[in-house]
Design a protein around this ligand. Sequence first.
Ligand SMILES: CC(C)(COP(=O)(O)OP(=O)(O)OC[C@H]1O[C@@H](n2cnc3c(N)ncnc32)[C@H](O)[C@@H]1OP(=O)(O)O)[C@@H](O)C(=O)NCCC(=O)NCCS
Length: 166
Amino acid sequence: MSVALRIRQEEPADREAIHALHCAAFGQSAEADLVDRLRENGDLVLSLVAVDEIVVGHVAFSPLANDAGLKASALAPLAVLPSHQRNGVGSALAKEGLRLLAEEGHGLVIVLGEPAYYERFGFKPETASRFLTPYDGPYLQGLMLSTIDPLRPATLHYARAFAGLA
Ligand SMILES: CC(C)(COP(=O)(O)OP(=O)(O)OC[C@H]1O[C@@H](n2cnc3c(N)ncnc32)[C@H](O)[C@@H]1OP(=O)(O)O)[C@@H](O)C(=O)NCCC(=O)NCCS
């Protein structure tokens, strides 16, 4: 990882770069558009950029409404510019996001993605399988950030921007 890499909250001037990097990383605009809709709707719980002279990575967290009294959020999307991948940027973004959410009293984070990648941060499919979401399956993983345990299976409602995803 570059020694100059910095992780910080997104600023208004980063928005175009964030959009462009999701398009470049995913090869389509769906994830970039999702970030824009989350922001427009006021549903970015946390939006971090990795900056190495330019914005090289971004991660968004959005609220998961539920009636179990859990402060829960979804990690999505996470992307790193193709030219900067496999240098620890994605890991640095995920770890800093999880650290900040734990500090703010979040109890649960859910992610939909490759278990081979997200297990390194402590995400487990078994944790997610205790909750009901529209994305249930082997790629849905969860990480408890606190010891608060919901007494019954909770339904997690994604922010409405996700409804527009293909
Ligand atoms: C996935 C992504 C965010 C990882 O960021 P990164 O900065 O390249 O990753 P890091 O350098 O922190 O970690 C590299 C490790 O992740 C692994 N990895 C990267 N992408 C992976 C994937 N899709 N599945 C499994 N492992 C993956 C690498 O093999 C490497 O493993 P190692 O540490 O055992 O060598 C980045 O590759 C990316 O933007 N990909 C395209 C968009 C995407 O798929 N986002 C995730 C949506 S769930």
